[in-house]
Write a protein that binds this ligand. Sequence first.
Ligand SMILES: Cc1ncc(COP(=O)(O)O)c(C=O)c1O
Length: 330
Amino acid sequence: MTIDALNLSGAPTPLQRADRLGRELGFQPGALMIKRDDLTVFGVGGNKARKLDHLCADARNRGCRTLVTGGAVQSNHVRMTAAAAAMLGLECVVVLGGREDSPMEGNLLLDRVFGARTVFTGAVYSDELEEAIAEEVDRLDSRGEAPYLIPLGGSSPIGALGYVDAAREIAAEASGAPVVYTACGSGGTHAGLVAGLGDHARVVGVDVGAVRDIGTKVASLAPMTAAAAGMAEPRGEVRLVSGQIGRGYGAPTEAAREAILLVARTEGIVLDPVYSGKAMAGLVADRREGRLGSDQPTVFVHTGGLPALFTSRYRDWLAGNGNAVASDGQ
Ligand SMILES: Cc1ncc(COP(=O)(O)O)c(C=O)c1O
């Protein structure tokens, strides 16, 4: 049974021409567009809003009263889940990879602002976190709090349906048959776009190093999402750019810094250091190195992530005063 999605996200989002950026990169006018999923309307915005449209509908349909999820201390997904719970009058428990004494800034600060209960685990690996989330769900269940488990990054077939919606918007709004670039973290955004567009050839995911072997996950999640949407199995092979991770998930890279400054100074649009900055760095490299043609209609999905920009970790790096702290402790 399919459930009607909520529209917490306020989608559709704008699809904007990016001609000044496009000119810098040698695109023909009109070829480069930016899908502004950073402008979804709640919780400071970002790609997780579309996933939550579907996940929260499912939670409601099941009569759940507590959203439970987890992620890194500076997880955008966790912050957006906390905001969605607030909007719907649900409780929210978030299981975090960091420690209690993590700096109270960026997304962690917003988790508190939105009223989520935080559980710190110190977990480093995603399987440890997944275990801790499952334990929390069991605990809440035994106390009668009617928990609803949202997996890391919201990247289940239900969550990825949000990006089938986005793919439909892009197909309706963009001219030609654009190739779509997105950051690829837990894979749901990439998989949903592929499911919606019907062909892996249409979507390039820039791996940000959040999950090991993300290509395998996208390869299995895309057909599951297509099935959940009642669509045909997508054709082709997963397309991943893997050269933008740097020293690891969240590690600052010079290419991301250049991409952030270039987009800010040509379009007045702010990318983030962990996801969309690296994704744009992948697009820039593909264009400069000739893998992306000057007349190829191209849509860059701006997936948000703004709060990370204001954390102490990236301040000096972005301002050009030295290096940010290395890849651990995101
Ligand atoms: C700002 C931002 N962009 C992109 C992504 C990647 O999306 P996905 O996890 O669906 O691959 C995330 C995931 O956390 C994110 O927070």
